[in-house]
Design a protein around this ligand. Sequence first.
Ligand SMILES: Nc1ncnc2c1ncn2[C@@H]1O[C@H](COP(=O)(O)OP(=O)(O)OP(=O)(O)O)[C@@H](O)[C@H]1O
Ligand SMILES: [Mg+2]
Length: 279
Amino acid sequence: MITNDEEQEQKLAYMKQDMEIAKRMSKIKHKIAVMSGKGGVGKSTMAVNLALSLSNKGYKTGILDVDIHGPNVPRMLNIEKEILQMNNEGILPVEVGKNLKVISIQFLLPSADSPVIWRGPKKTGAIRQFLSDVIWGELDYLIVDCPPGTGDEHLTILQSIPLMDGIVMVTTPHSVSIDDVEKSINMAKQLKIRVLGIIENMSGLVCPECGAEIPIFGHGGGSEISSKTGIPLLGSIPIDTTPKTQYNVLLTQNKESEFSNRIMEIINKIEKIMIKKEE
Ligand SMILES: Nc1ncnc2c1ncn2[C@@H]1O[C@H](COP(=O)(O)OP(=O)(O)OP(=O)(O)O)[C@@H](O)[C@H]1O
Ligand SMILES: [Mg+2]
């Protein structure tokens, strides 16, 4: 049983951590979460490619992987063997190139196939520690890759980060994905967090021979939610057919691809939304 004194102590520690989070987050200009009610629609792929493209454009960028049970970001960036280091100011994120800092629970696991079997409070604790103890430093963008659904991880992120800029929702054209995305949009509404826009991923396959787009998973799911909710459609990303030499190779490696062009168009739209917000 928890005594009154212990309860008071816990509350105090939580408030202190909130202050620490506010201090660290105040150095980050824009904080954006990538979400979707549905699994496997390409949230991590979008989060990684958006973060990489922002960093390639010269923005100081961070990517926080809060998928505790399926942390895919390190693998997508080919840094899954990295181990987190600490100094007396906190935890040092793993750096990729000049402008990208990465944090994931994966860096604390003994191997890529080690499962994390945690209940809600432990997951919440780990995510809050990534916000309060990681030395992100000054950043232009922090992109948060969320797991599927509307659970503890989402609540923690959306409620713990002060002045969150908003959420990018990812869907595929399938109707089951659209239904689940609407649930996430409603969660955002309840928490009063803005949904910046929708990305329709796996939106057709561009024929390498004739350039025609083949809508193998259907078409227009993203614009359908957009017109229903009034949330802008940031873009539609086709299925990338570039031969991959390893699982989840970085899709923007092929700079000439339609995939890369469309990601850049989305980045331009996000930049504009952020500039408008600052005015
Ligand atoms: N546009 C695309 N073209 C080709 N492959 C893609 C595309 N988008 C995603 N993928 C592939 O689909 C798979 C699922 O993508 P990803 O892991 O990003 O989804 P997710 O929504 O993050 O999944 P989870 O819900 O498990 O976190 C990955 O193997 C990824 O490489
Ligand atoms: Mg993912």
